[in-house]
Design a protein around this ligand. Structure first.
Ligand code: PSU
Ligand code: MN
Length: 303
């Protein structure tokens, strides 16, 4: 019943067991403003290629599941104002109704896995929101990491979340959280969350080995690689925290809930930091794309 449109470059790479890196599209439609979103999405694809892998940006366009977008499709998606935000809960309905939507981390993992892709690079994952004990707002991304076998490269949970609770849930779900090259868990715009990372790995080859080992053990789910933002682009946690507090207050006042919470907070932070949050976002997502390509390459080499 499902028939995916796998871009020819992605199809060839997968057929030849060459490295492929999946990329999400909610970051494009709901995470960044136009036209910077398009420029960044194109740069991310170019970075994956420069690091020896084939990029596959994933989205649903007019009811078709796209694994890899053409130049025109990427442009159209970046400009669209009515693309839905698709997580695990929404994917089938969007496809069944012939609509258009951007995939979150959760939905991108599902689609990438269906296509046979094992590595996925993004900016930040969803997690446990602050005050989740009242709102119950926990991203479906966490459950997805527990069941879909991808290595996901992100810059750590965003500091708009409750990071200690996010770590606890990931631990309960059996998701390895591996910080790349440092002891502390990074927190998206900041290199350190101030919390110790559950795991640390320094080598791409080791990360690839752990990915394949998990498969050999038959353990469901993936691994989360937390890659710290490059030093030059970092916004230290003390600097971003007051802005986060303001953004959270605005969300509460305007009664923002469910899927709107994350996009609302990101857009408020963009305004409050006068665009600095977006520059940081750009640097970290490019950094993750490069690491993702290297991990995908190492996995192919070890197969
Ligand atoms: N990180 C960003 N920008 C984003 C997101 C993460 O820098 O737009 C998106 C991702 O697609 C992630 C989603 O999967 O937010 C999480 O949304 P929620 O908290 O509603 O599950
Ligand atoms: Mn949520």
């Amino acid at each position: 019943m499902l028939d995916m449109d796998v871009h020819p470059t992605v199809q060839t790479a997968l057929h030849d067991t060459k490295p492929v890196v999946a990329l999400e599209s909610t970051i494009i439609t709901h995470g960044m403003p136009f036209p910077q979103n398009l420029e960044i999405a194109q740069n991310v694809e170019a970075t994956v290629k420069e690091n020896g892998a084939t990029p596959a940006t994933i989205a649903v366009l007019d009811g078709r599941l796209k694994i890899g977008l053409s130049t025109n499709e990427l442009e159209a998606l970046a400009q669209s104002k009515d693309a839905a935000k698709l997580s695990r809960a929404d994917l089938a309905v969007c496809l069944a109704e012939g609509k258009t939507g951007a995939t979150t981390v959760a939905a991108t993992m599902i689609a990438a896995h269906l296509a046979g892709i094992e590595v996925f690079a993004t900016g930040g994952i969803g997690g446990v929101h602050r005050h989740a004990e009242k709102t119950f707002d926990i991203s479906a991304d966490l459950q997805e990491l527990a069941q879909t076998p991808l290595s996901v490269i992100a810059a750590g949970p965003k500091a708009i979340l409750d990071i200690p609770k996010t770590l606890e849930v990931l631990e309960s779900l059996g998701v390895p959280v591996i910080s790349y090259g440092q002891d502390h868990l990074p927190a998206f715009w900041s290199r350190s969350s101030g919390l110790r990372s559950p795991l640390r790995m320094n080598e791409v080859t080791g990360i690839a080995r752990a990915h394949l080992m998990r498969q050999s053990l038959g353990i469901a789910g993936g691994q989360l690689i937390a890659n710290p933002i490059p030093r030059h682009a970092e916004i230290p946690i003390e600097e971003i925290e007051p802005f986060i507090a303001q953004a959270l207050e605005a969300a509460l006042e305007q009664e923002i809930s469910a899927k709107e919470v994350t996009p609302f907070l990101l857009s408020r932070l963009f305004d409050l930091t006068q665009g600095r949050s977006l520059q940081a976002n750009k640097a970290l997502v490019l950094n993750n794309a490069a690491l993702g390509a290297k991990i995908a390459g190492a996995i192919c080499a070890q197969k």
